[in-house]
Design a protein around this ligand. Structure first.
Ligand code: NAP
Ligand code: G4F
Length: 337
């Protein structure tokens, strides 16, 4: 039986990965921050809360990282924990740099010292491409991060490559494009949309307030992406891989797909700050723009080229963006029954 340690096991990806590894027969350990509400709703939703071993773990504590790696035998280490909300990173640039950048250095250096045979996965991100230098983006595309989050993730990404090249660690970096699910955090735009629309469909009357409607993202389903993480660590040689669908969609189109699933027929009017959407069937306004959700610097377009992952890992995204919007809208609507 293999043993895996997952940082961020209570997050969206951590929960899906824990389920995947439990189903594969792994002994799964995970790190959780000490917080006042110890429940793990995502692990419970996937039926694995009582099948994993949880340990207090904080990315920002060097000795905590050291003791965790020293005390838990582990064949694979998945570093999924992070301050993962781009929008918050401008207000928390120091903390984000510590959690998403320096913590990766500390983990790698501790693994090198105590467990150099452990295979390591780093949660890198398409946000590193930022102001994109090539379309579509692939493993070799030049990085140009546009947020403190993106900058911090570049440090973790390059340090993962460097420890692989310098010390021969089996350290892989997954450059994952946006992936979502019914377990997505409520502050991210897809979940904010499906939660808001579900409430409107259930007799609510507050339009969903959003920022930039023109940004484009390459959205897939989180359940597919954790399978790609696992496949990276099963390769003889560690490497870096883009996981993406290869399709890009505006926020507006994602909103429309989710609204259609809930039986709405949208009339879009205006542009930029005056843009609105109204449901022709009920006459309700369902979307308004609120500039407070604009970002100081935006990533306008992300579209990934997943051909390396397809060719070398045999991985591909199975859920398309319309199917994803429908899945999330239905889950949020049903939860309000
Ligand atoms: P998520 O749902 O926000 O989960 C992040 C996890 O990190 C949570 O469990 C959180 O704990 C934990 N965490 C935050 N700060 C911590 C700290 N100081 N110490 C220990 N744990 C801490 O994010 P996700 O969507 O699953 O993403 C997983 C990883 O992939 C992240 O590193 C993210 O940056 C990266 N990524 C995500 C995407 C995407 O589209 N989802 C794309 C590319 C890369 P709490 O449960 O206590 O909050
Ligand atoms: O859903 P978002 O907050 O995701 P974002 O910034 O792309 O980051 C996510 O994906 C990254 C991978 O590329 C991950 F690394 C990261 O951890 C996270 O999972 O925003 C998506 C887009 C942005 O362009 C944003 O400006 O949606 C736009 N947007 C428009 N209105 C909004 C809103 N975003 C949010 N969160 N809330 C809004 O009201």
């Amino acid at each position: 039986m293999k043993t895996a340690f997952i940082t961020g096991i209570t997050g969206q990806d951590g929960a899906y990965l824990a389920k995947l590894l439990v189903d594969k027969g792994y002994e799964v350990h995970g790190g959780v921050r000490r917080i006042s509400q110890p429940e793990s709703p995502r692990l419970e939703a996937l039926g694995v809360a009582d099948k994993v071993h949880l340990h207090e773990f904080d990315l920002t504590e060097q000795n905590n990282i050291f003791r965790t790696i020293r005390d838990i035998p582990m064949d694979e280490f998945y570093n999924l924990a992070a301050q993962s909300f781009v929008g918050a990173s401008w207000e928390l640039p120091v903390y984000t740099s510590e959690a998403d950048g320096m913590a990766v250095v500390r983990i790698l250096d501790t693994l090198r010292t105590l467990r150099p045979e452990t295979r390591f996965y780093q949660a890198s991100t398409s946000e590193m491409f930022g102001l994109v230098q090539e379309v579509p983006q692939k493993e070799t595309t030049r990085l140009y991060p546009r947020s403190p989050y993106g900058v911090a993730k570049v440090l973790g990404h390059h340090m993962t490559m460097n420890f692989r090249e310098s010390f021969g660690l089996h350290a892989s970096s997954g450059i994952l494009f946006n992936h979502e699910s019914p377990l997505r955090g409520k502050e991210f735009v897809t979940r904010k949309i499906t939660l808001g629309l579900a409430a409107l469909a259930r007799s609510g009357d507050k339009p969903v307030e959003l920022g930039n409607m023109d940004a484009k993202r390459d959205w897939g389903f989180a359940g597919d992406y954790v399978e790609g993480m696992w496949r990276m660590l099963q390769q003889d040689e560690a490497d870096d891989y883009v996981l993406a669908t290869g399709v890009t969609t505006t926020i507006r189109d994602f909103f429309t797909f989710a609204a259609e699933e809930l039986g709405m027929d949208l009339d879009w009017q205006g542009a930029a700050e005056t843009e609105t959407a109204t449901d022709r069937k009920t006459g309700k306004q369902v979307m308004k723009v609120n500039p407070k959700f604009y970002r100081p610097a935006e990533v306008d377009l992300l579209i990934g080229d997943p051909s390396k992952a397809r060719d070398k890992l045999g991985w591909e995204a199975r859920v398309d963006v319309r199917g994803l919007a429908q899945m999330m809208a239905k889950a949020d609507y049903d939860a309000l029954a």
